[in-house]
Design a protein around this ligand. Structure first.
Ligand SMILES: O=C(O)CCC(=O)C(=O)O
Length: 267
């Protein structure tokens, strides 16, 4: 899937794009069920909140067939190849659970400082592209973005190891207030199946989820092939060191897998 010149222009200016209904209801159902299966397992790649509920399932594309297919989906891979002008490798793959009642916050941050400081990524030539697996509403901890903040480049950060269970390089409140004064805050919401991509230097975060509605989002972090990480300090399941270019599968692979799974279940 290629982005239109208008979408590329909006992305460059605002630092993010949301595409509603990028995935069909049958694909969403498969991905949601597969995510629930993943979160029911206990594995070292599944990071827990301080409260004990799952926060993030890293690297599930390496052991779950649905997410293996998603990791090679043209709707996610091609836009980033288009933006970077080259093939990409998978730097990280994760599902954030933002569980009902207990999903914890993600502090205000840019992604690139963590990739640079923890993994030795040379440049912000990598990006998160994500798919909503549940309906994302104003009430269940949507991702909040500060439009145009990517134009400020990479900003000084503090290593926050205590606010949540997951260490992150975060921004101080004064800097966030300054950027919000200029760009405001948006919280893209929409039905499961929507696609959201945002620049590595776009300031973002999310509040906790105290509603009964989970807010699962799957994120592919794809990096330009020329931007290989140099000094990984985190486990391989968080910062991959397999730099094989990501290829795309035929466009109907995920939908076919959904139908095959349904037929199997009905047999
Ligand atoms: O899923 C969320 O709410 C935030 C995720 C995030 O900010 C990140 O992975 O960098």
């Amino acid at each position: 899937m290629k982005l239109t010149p208008e979408q590329l222009e909006v992305f460059d200016r605002e630092g993010w794009i949301f595409i509603p209904d990028a995935f069909s209801p049958e694909e969403v159902e498969l991905m949601r069920e597969s995510a629930n299966e993943v979160f029911r397992t206990q594995r070292p790649e599944i990071w827990m909140e301080k409260s004990g509920v799952p926060r993030t399932a890293f690297a599930c594309h390496t052991y779950n067939e649905c997410f293996r297919i998603l990791a090679n989906d043209h709707r996610l891979v091609e836009p980033l190849e288009q933006i970077f002008g080259e093939k990409c490798y998978m730097h990280q793959f994760k599902i954030n659970a933002k569980s009902s009642f207990s999903g914890d916050v993600w502090q205000w941050h840019q992604d690139f400082p963590t990739w640079h400081k923890d993994d030795g990524m040379p440049e912000p030539r990598a990006m998160n592209i994500s798919v909503f697996l549940d309906d994302v509403m104003p009430i269940n901890g949507p991702l909040m973005l500060v439009p145009r903040s990517h134009k400020s480049g990479t900003i000084d950060t503090e290593h926050d190891t205590s606010t949540t269970a997951y260490p992150l390089w975060t921004l101080d409140n004064a800097k966030v207030a300054e950027l919000v004064e200029q760009g405001g805050i948006v919280a893209p919401t929409g039905k499961a199946g929507g696609l959201l991509m945002f620049h590595a230097n776009l300031v973002h975060g999310s509040a906790g989820n105290i509603t009964p509605f989970p807010r699962k989002i799957v994120y592919l972090t794809l990096s330009a092939l020329s931007n290989k990480i140099q000094k990984p300090t985190r486990p391989e399941f968080i910062a991959h060191t397999d730099f094989t270019p990501v290829s795309t599968l035929p466009e109907d692979t995920l939908a076919n897998h959904a139908r095959a799974r349904k037929a199997e279940a009905a047999a």
